[in-house]
Write a protein that binds this ligand. Structure first.
Ligand SMILES: [Zn+2]
Length: 303
């Protein structure tokens, strides 16, 4: 959708409000005062409020959403969401500030709230059949102020933060999780990797991995409680070039997108916020062109 299309679809704030109520509630609201189902009826003096024709009270259909207390024009909110979802690599606070004419602080807060809404997707046991699993490492360059002068090592053994990703082949959906070291400082243990697979995959799934020993838990009955069928793909021998479809290229291309986004737009992301950024890229990947409506439907809740 271009800016021009956007303006045709949402010419006024009223159009935005109508669209929101249609997508989120299918135009049927529950009155919080008397509990009856009511058709949407806006108050004339304030479009953001609705009337209940049963008890004659007024209520806000935006309660608990980011729109409720925001004084920013809802068209700006919608345009911000539109930009956020349609830029493959993400959008910065500065960019949004320029595009919609709000302060940097407001733009930054809007992005943070949209991003946290994207993380509300429930993906438990969503994947079946065949999945790929792989890890990547994300983190900025070492900074001298932290006493880190040596450049980070690449790959396993680095000080960067591991992120584990699972991609379902049939849907191309991705679930990714920041995997901090356990209490003993061990990274990517079999138990941790099992828990990640267990949270998103059904039992008996076929799991394509590389030959990282962390995945060896799938080779033993007592640690492979979900009976995953592991196929180990050896990168070194480029088995995938034989064209048998046994590869983890799908999740690897997701890593490329995530890294380009984080390096190019966000420059540096602290470990505390990394999961939110990861969620953002998963959400875009998983919802494609329907991202906008999915986000409105699942609700954009106030942080
Ligand atoms: Zn009522």
């Amino acid at each position: 959708m271009t800016f021009f299309d956007f303006m045709i679809k949402f010419p006024t704030e009223k159009a935005v409000i109508k669209y929101f109520l249609k997508i989120r509630y299918n135009d049927v609201l529950i009155c919080p005062h008397c509990g009856s189902k009511v058709r949407v009826q806006h108050r004339n003096d304030n479009l953001k409020l609705c009337n209940c024709h049963n008890c004659n009270n007024t209520f806000s259909p935006f309660k608990n959403t980011i729109f409720e207390k925001s004084s920013t024009d809802l068209r700006k909110w919608f345009y911000a969401i539109h930009l956020f979802l349609n830029s493959k690599k993400g959008i910065s606070g500065l960019q949004l500030q320029r595009e919609i004419g709000v302060t940097y602080k407001t733009a930054w807060r809007m992005l943070k709230q949209i991003r946290s809404a994207m993380g509300n997707t429930d993906m438990s046991k969503a994947f079946e059949a065949m999945v790929e699993i792989d890890e990547t490492y994300i983190g900025g360059k070492p900074r001298k102020m932290n006493g880190e002068t040596e450049p980070s090592k690449r790959g396993r053994g680095t000080k960067k933060t591991p992120v584990v990703g699972v991609k379902e082949r049939s849907s191309s959906h991705v679930f990714a999780k920041v995997a901090l070291p356990n209490e003993e400082g061990k990274k990517l243990t079999g138990k941790q990797l099992f828990n990640i697979l267990d949270s998103v995959c059904k039992k008996d799934a076929t799991v394509l991995t590389d030959d990282f020993r962390g995945y060896n838990f799938m080779n033993h009955k007592n640690t492979n409680k979900n009976n995953y069928y592991r196929i180990s793909v050896n990168h070194l021998e480029s088995i995938y070039s034989l064209g048998n479809g046994l590869h983890t290229n799908g999740i690897e291309s997701f890593w490329a997108l995530l890294k380009r986004g984080i390096l190019g737009i966000y420059h540096h992301v602290s470990v505390d916020y990394l999961q939110e950024y990861v969620n953002e890229f998963c959400f875009r990947q998983n919802n494609g062109t329907s991202s906008f409506d999915v986000l409105l439907k699942q609700g954009i809740f106030a942080a």
